[in-house]
Design a protein around this ligand. Structure first.
Ligand code: PLP
Length: 461
């Protein structure tokens, strides 16, 4: 059965409930047709009309090894022919799953012990919350259950992970956040710092605020703190100087677990294999997804540290089996995809590429954008970066939301052949290209982005 593109668009419009899409504008056709994406190679995708776009956001910061990697497709196909599925309940496994888990436990920062698998970053963070509650119950601390996350943090969209997410537009009209999830101040020096306050001073203030929150709530009720090593969807913002050191001091003082959400930063994006290694973070639990399979197959992991696992193991005689799991936990095709992706990450030293090409990328972003009159801040680390647009650089005032500056720049870039994301919190253009991006490709990305920013800037004056 062959369909023409209009029929595909119509079926889609009539029957897909698209995430993060204005439902009425899409249904009515006001937004135009859906983009039907057909193929991808390297850092580029092609739509059904043959239009090629540079994917400066690696899908949703996930296609780290780039599109069209036949090694990964072949590993998936091999596993599908051999054994498309078996579950991992009641001590069943596959060779790919055991190999992957051994690899992850060894490569992850800190003293990790086991990996629990899911299909998305959201469900992995849901698992992390349950692990914190289970751990506290087994330790005989039934009140130590609240989880603190940060304003502007992003941890997913399911019930608990969506509550951990610290942006109100992910909560509104969805009855989130649920009780027991608290938020502390964002590690965002540009917007949060007071006049003359250094990054180090700001970090100390944020840590003091965290401590005050813990004391106000009672430390015996706080089970964990969850955070991304680098704030992602909340604005692609590296931590201010000294932030992680200060925060970890507070967590240690009150026996609070640290969950590092490495869904974006895991597997090389910052220039280190994990963001935790980049910033000296010592997590008790680590969340991975996206880059784990470079999105060639849905797979996520909650990596459990020794400290937590020992309590789980010790309690097993009392509570019986660990009663948590999904049909697809440890899916063999996902495990095969992840092993093939990690082979590429290691062989091609993608963290190293993110470090060298990434530092060139950061230099170029700063050189081309930092002095423009509508740019307040250019920031980033490795192969993730952002340009924040402001109405007034001196007074640090935002553009009026109805000017939709971020969305306009993103649209202008797209018209010129580049996908760069209008980040949802403010007027921010975000970049997170595949980790295989070359310097020449950085030049292309930056030059298209510059043309787009200048076009919108000219339009604004
Ligand atoms: N955690 C972080 C840091 C993320 O960036 C995301 C998604 O962007 C998630 C969790 C949620 O992952 P998923 O969309 O796979 O549920």
């Amino acid at each position: 059965m062959t369909m023409n593109l209009n029929q595909i668009a119509e079926m889609d419009r009539n029957s897909v409930l698209h995430p993060f899409t204005q439902l009425k504008d899409f249904a009515s056709g006001k937004m135009g047709d859906p983009t039907i994406v057909e193929t991808g190679k390297g850092i580029r995708i092609q739509d059904a009309h043959g239009k090629e776009l540079i994917d400066g956001f690696a899908g949703l910061y996930c296609v780290n090894v780039g599109y069209g990697r036949t090694e990964v497709a072949e590993a998936i196909s091999r596993q599908a022919y051999r054994l498309a599925y078996y579950h991992s309940y009641a001590a069943h496994t596959t060779d790919e799953l055991a190999i992957l888990s051994d690899r992850l436990v060894k490569m992850a920062p800190g003293k990790m012990s086991k990996v629990f698998y899911g299909m998305s970053g959201s469900d992995a963070n849901e698992t992390q919350a349950k692990l914190v509650w289970y751990y506290s119950n087994l330790r005989g601390k039934p009140n130590k259950k609240k989880i603190i996350s940060r304003e502007r943090g992003y941890h997913g969209c399911s019930v608990v992970s969506g509550s951990m997410t610290g942006m109100s537009f992910y909560h509104d009209h969805m009855d989130l956040p649920r009780a027991g999830i608290l938020h502390t101040g964002a590690p965002h020096h540009y917007w949060g710092g007071e006049a003359g306050e250094t990054e180090q001073e700001f970090s100390k203030r944020r840590a003091d605020e965290l401590e005050a929150l813990i004391l106000r709530e009672d430390p015996d009720t706080i089970g964990a703190f969850i955070a991304e090593p680098v704030l992602g969807t909340g604005g692609i913002t590296p931590p201010p100087q000294g932030y992680w050191e200060e925060v970890q001091k507070v967590l240690g003082k009150y026996d609070i677990l640290l969950i590092a959400d490495e869904v974006i930063t895991g597997f090389g994006r910052t220039g280190s294999m994990f963001g935790s290694q980049h910033y000296g973070i010592e997590p008790d639990l680590i969340t991975v997804a996206k880059g784990l399979t470079s999105a060639y197959f849905p797979l996520s992991g909650a990596i459990v540290g020794e400290k937590v696992f020992m309590v789980l193991e010790d309690g097993a005689d009392r509570v019986g089996a660990f009663s948590h799991g999904y049909t697809y936990s440890g899916h063999p095709i996902g495990a095969a995809a992840a092993n093939a992706v990690l082979d590429i990450v290691e062989k091609e030293d993608l963290p190293g590429n993110a470090r060298t090409v990434g530092s060139y990328f950061q230099e170029q972003l700063k050189a081309k954008f930092a002095q423009l009159p509508i740019v307040g801040e250019v920031r980033g680390v490795g192969l993730m970066g952002a340009i924040e647009f402001v109405a007034d650089r001196e007074k640090k005032t935002r553009f009026k939301p109805n000017l939709t500056v971020g969305a306009r720049v993103s649209k202008a870039a797209r018209e010129r052949g580049l996908i760069a994301r209008a980040m949802p919190h403010g007027d921010i253009l975000g970049f997170a290209p595949p980790l295989v991006t070359t310097k020449a490709e950085v030049d292309e990305i930056v030059s298209i982005a510059e043309a787009a920013v200048r076009a919108v800037m000219d339009d604004l004056v």
